[in-house]
Design a protein around this ligand. Structure first.
Ligand code: DGL
Length: 264
């Protein structure tokens, strides 16, 4: 199983997959040299996704999860067309779960600027139920703030308050956490959005991948799988930030240049 993200954030998706698919082997690629993806142009995102997708295929992946919402929004279709193995993005499972969860037909989205700009979540939600009202909030400063060494300061509280204000105003009863980093501030979000159901990609994607592998008879059983990591930036900072996101030991991390598929 190949998983990729702009950095360490996708480890929140990997940790759900490791729990739900314990027999599978995983290789995770964090494009840390290019983090954050959130303010990059679509062409740039597609180019990176192609390189990383190619690298994961070479590494032997039988299925790729694009754990990064920003990369899913810009490049999922491209990867699905160009790669010979199944490619799953985080948006469709989250959109479906949000439509199933809402009772008042008002759904909120918190995501990076590029993800909101793509309009992908709105399209997927409206495809599931054209009657749902979507309030999207771009949160450009949130993922970088969460990734700082000591993220839990007053600034993070201020940012969460600011970004959730339009959602409180709109009276949403369900909010999609449309970025891999946001589960790390889930408790703050629950405080600021009382009574609101939060949909995060980890659990939804784990369900989707399990179904996909079973349907294709590609699933493995009766063993404990392995996991390893590669990143395009510095391996030691990946390790330092990554442990918080994965909540498991990180083990092997290779520094890789995805453009040449070469270990540095
Ligand atoms: N992985 C990105 C996402 O889910 C997080 C932040 C970024 O790279 O800007 O959108």
């Amino acid at each position: 199983m190949g998983i990729f993200d702009s950095g360490v954030g996708g480890l929140t998706v990997l940790r759900s997959c490791l729990a739900a698919l314990s027999a599978e082997d995983f290789v995770y690629f964090g494009d840390t040299d290019k983090f954050p993806y959130g303010d990059r142009a679509d062409d740039d995102l597609r180019e990176r996704a192609r390189l990383v997708g190619g690298w994961l295929t070479e590494a032997g992946a039988k299925l790729i999860v694009v754990a990064c919402n920003t990369a899913s929004a810009a490049a999922l279709g491209t990867l699905q067309q160009e790669l010979s193995i199944p490619v799953i993005g985080v948006m469709a499972p989250e959109a479906r779960a949000a439509v199933q969860s809402t009772r008042n037909g008002r759904v909120g989205l918190m995501a990076t600027e590029a993800t909101v700009r793509s309009g992908s979540y709105e399209r997927l939600i409206l495809d599931n139920d054209a009657g749902v009202d979507v309030t999207s909030v771009a949160c450009p400063a949130l993922a970088p703030a969460i990734q700082r060494v000591e993220p839990y300061d007053d600034e993070i509280v201020r940012l969460v308050d600011e970004y959730t204000a339009p959602l409180r105003e709109a009276g949403v009863d369900t909010v999609i956490l449309g970025c891999t980093h946001y589960p790390l501030v889930e408790h703050l979000l629950r405080r600021m959005l009382p009574g609101v159901t939060l949909i995060s990609s980890g659990e939804e994607i784990a369900r989707e991948v399990t179904e996909n592998l079973t349907r294709r008879e590609l699933d493995r059983v009766d063993r404990l799988g392995t996991y390893r990591f590669a990143c395009s930036g510095d391996a030691e900072s990946f390790r330092a930030f990554g442990a918080t996101f994965l909540q498991m030991p990180l083990g092997r991390i290779d520094e890789v240049d995805p453009s040449g598929l070469l270990a540095r």
